[in-house]
Design a protein around this ligand. Sequence first.
Ligand code: BG6
Length: 483
Amino acid sequence: VTENKTLVVIFGGSGDLAHRKLYPALFQLYLKGSLNKHFAVIGTARRPWTHEFFREGVIENLSDGTLEQRQAFAEHFYYQSHDVQDSEHYVALKNVIDKLDDKYQIGGNRLFYMAMAPSLFGTIAEHLRSEHLLSHDGYNRLIIEKPFGHDYESALALNNAIVNTFDEDQVFRIDHYLGKEMVQNIPCIRFANPFLNAVWNRDYIDNIQITLAESLGVEERGGYYETSGALRDMVQNHIMQIVAMLAFPRPEKYDDRAINQAKSQVFASLPVYTPEQVQAKFVRGQYGEDASGKQAAYRNEDKIDANSTVETFVAGEIDLDMPQWQGVPFYVRTGKRLPAKKTRIDVVFKADQSELFTEQPASPVLTIEVEPDLGIELTLNGKEIGTSSLIKVDQLQYLLNEDQQKQVPDAYERLLLEAMLGKQGNFAQWEGMTGSWHFVDAIRKAWSQEKDIDFPNYQSGTMGPKAADELLSKTGRHWIYQG
Ligand code: BG6
């Protein structure tokens, strides 16, 4: 393992994301040797913390390793009280950066991580440039988190606010689904198996289904969720990235640039539906209480409007305007308070239509299990054992065992490392976001014109409103994953 020399500045260093995800992810990189001697982390936030207090908080959230390792790791952490609106504070921050760069001989490599409200991204980026916090020797990279805007217009404004300081190839937009093992596995499954690659098109695939089911409700995030809803929270970003991973045309080379270019073709071919099309192709839902009455309805949760029309469930059909995918619906579905946590992809192949067999064979299915199981399943037709020639369905299954699952790095660990290596392949690109925002905006717009929204329309602990099943059954199809 080669050591990465880097100085990480985290805006929002006292926050939840930093403590729960970023510091443990950096620690894993440290344990594996990707970070060793030549690194430092500066956490900034407004409150006046000491380095010691900050370090204790970092250590508290670490598991694995020995106590000594945790302490040695935390020695590289520094706290800087910082008001992002105050120019003078950037001068002070620059001094700390320069000192630490020198102390740890980092060579000018800088990662600026914005783990705070997007409305502040522009101010921070602007000051980083005007107050000369960017180095001239190593790299300067910006990592940002969703939400990247609220709609296309606000996403554009956000992007414009950072492009004066950072070029597109210096911006790393985290979509943590792109850091998941089985999502990163998709190109390999598709292209490293020529027999699959050969049938990965409209001639052999009937439809593709993507399910991101959660059993949890909105929990303590009501304030945020009321401004977002499932469409913005899960579809605009995570689901769209998965669609792109499944649909992009085979690139000439297997490198980040080529993959991103191929993916941008998918984003560019996303439809902009008319209100009539939205009506026919998209379903929204909101959870009510569960059968026992123990789990509250969305409208009765903390920080939720008692008449809220925010959706906690979305199912829909995406028709890509690409020759390879004409006539192949991508069915997507996500929701909170569904029976179980399940992220999976079902690629449904066409069934044999010849009358070769007396009964109709089933549609073969390739399933990619993303979480909580990780693996692949193939559902095929076979013959009943014995003298009969009846057809039965056989299932081949490969799931990672517990040991293998333990080797799977967390999404943030993987993405932080890729940012240090300058690998852009698993980050959201601005071009792609344009397409996905236009797609989502059209749905929102149509929904905002609808009256009489009959919410709640599904019981907690069920697979969502009936209309989500009808979306498929009206064309003779069904969801492969039934919950
Ligand atoms: C986040 C959403 O992006 O993804 C959450 O804001 C959601 O609402 C979460 O719960 C799901 O992520 P994961 O990795 O648990 O599937």
